[in-house]
Design a protein around this ligand. Structure first.
Ligand SMILES: C[S@@+](CC[C@H](N)C(=O)[O-])C[C@H]1O[C@@H](n2cnc3c(N)ncnc32)[C@H](O)[C@@H]1O
Length: 121
């Protein structure tokens, strides 16, 4: 691990509304006013494989998907990595679509999805 590097303690999440670009009010959201703030304290994600150190915590993805989509919606993740978005989307009865540049991560995504399927049945 490189030395003299500040640890990043935050992740910036940008949420846009199609018809209401710059606002704190969203047309499609599932939370009541006062129940969701703009600072979420969430622990780091579990390491899935040694070569990928930027796995999203499931709770982060869950917070976004639960609050900004409905069951049956399609969730797109253009940078899937190890597939956390796909796993959480499935758990929350959403459909998912994604892209991933690195083939070895594609295999990890499929393995994680398979494990999740096996746990269901
Ligand atoms: C920060 S990681 C995403 C981690 C993911 N959220 C998870 O929980 O595992 C970003 C991923 O984007 C992939 N990536 C980078 N550029 C890409 C591109 N142009 N198209 C698709 N995937 C890309 C990288 O290979 C890397 O796995």
């Amino acid at each position: 691990m490189a030395s003299k590097v500040l640890n990043r303690r935050t992740e910036l999440i940008l949420v846009f509304d199609r018809d209401n670009g710059i606002s704190r009010q969203f047309e499609k959201a599932n939370f009541e006013r006062g129940t969701l703030g703009d600072l979420w304290l969430i622990k780091r994600g579990k390491k899935v494989i040694d070569t990928h150190s930027a796995v999203f915590p499931e709770e982060l993805v869950k917070t976004i998907i639960e609050n900004f989509s409905n069951e049956g919606d399609l969730v797109y993740d253009p940078f899937m990595g190890t597939g956390t978005t796909a796993i959480v989307a499935k758990k929350l009865n959403r459909n998912y679509l994604g892209s991933e540049l690195t083939e070895k991560y594609f295999k990890v995504i499929n393995e994680r999805l398979q494990i999740f399927e096996n746990e269901l049945f």
